[in-house]
Design a protein around this ligand. Structure first.
Ligand SMILES: *Cc1c(COP(=O)(O)O)cnc(C)c1O
Length: 220
């Protein structure tokens, strides 16, 4: 199957309320252009340098999502253009994003990454950390970032029940957050969960945004 066919096939299966991020990390510009020409406008990358190179070369109506783990000292390279940062897992990172956003006279949308998997290698906050950040005075001062939701990655496993439990746990935390009164920098509407291997389970569990790479572009 061609990249275009892969994209169209996946899109035809997604419910209306679910946004598709085409995860294009490691893929060449030509592949991204093919997906662009098929109508896709949101791309996900996990390295700031690579994303910035691609942003420079590709049409300016693309929305770039940073889905990887973010290093504080590199935020400045994407602050001018990034449309959503998925992997925010500390107050320190939020403060730096805020600082860079001020320089560019904009508000940068962020998702807080929650640790739901049973794997040491994955990043994220636990529920308690999350509450502490959102209730802190420091957070309330940040006027140039907006938390628009949560992101999580399930364990890489064959066990569907395990994955489902993890997604449902993230959905529960998301619902709790949504039930709090919204503020100017906390307006959770997005739940980013699901990749090529598990996006159907994620959607069943309440995902509103799926990040799909290899099922569109082929294996990396
Ligand atoms: C690479 C990546 C994806 C996409 O993974 P696929 O299995 O290729 O769909 C999704 N989310 C994150 C955070 C990633 O790093």
């Amino acid at each position: 199957m061609s990249i275009t066919n892969n994209l169209l096939q996946i899109k035809s299966q997604l419910p209306n309320q679910v946004t598709l991020i085409a995860v294009s990390k490691t893929k060449p510009i030509a592949d991204l252009m093919e997906v662009y020409n098929a109508g896709q406008r949101i791309f996900g990358e996990n390295k700031i340098q690579e994303m910035t190179d691609k942003w420079e070369q590709l049409p300016k109506d693309i929305q770039w999502h940073m889905i990887g783990h973010v290093q504080t000292n590199k935020i400045k390279y994407m602050a001018a253009y990034v449309s959503l940062i998925h992997g925010v897992d500390s107050l320190k990172l939020l403060e730096e994003i805020n600082k860079q956003a001020i320089k560019h006279h904009r508000i940068i949308d962020c998702l807080l990454q929650v640790y739901i998997a049973k794997e040491e290698s994955k990043f994220g906050l636990d529920e308690q950390d999350l509450i502490e950040i959102l209730n802190s005075e420091e957070f309330k001062q940040l006027k140039n970032i907006k938390i628009v939701g949560l992101m999580g990655m399930a364990t890489f496993t064959e066990h569907q029940n395990q994955i489902k439990k993890e997604f449902q746990n993230l959905k529960r935390i998301f619902d709790k957050l949504q039930n709090q009164p919204a503020t100017y920098n906390l307006q959770p509407t997005t739940l980013s969960m699901g990749m090529s291997g598990d996006y159907k389970l994620a959607i069943e569990s309440g995902s509103t945004m799926v990040r799909i790479g290899s099922s569109i572009f082929g294996t990396r």
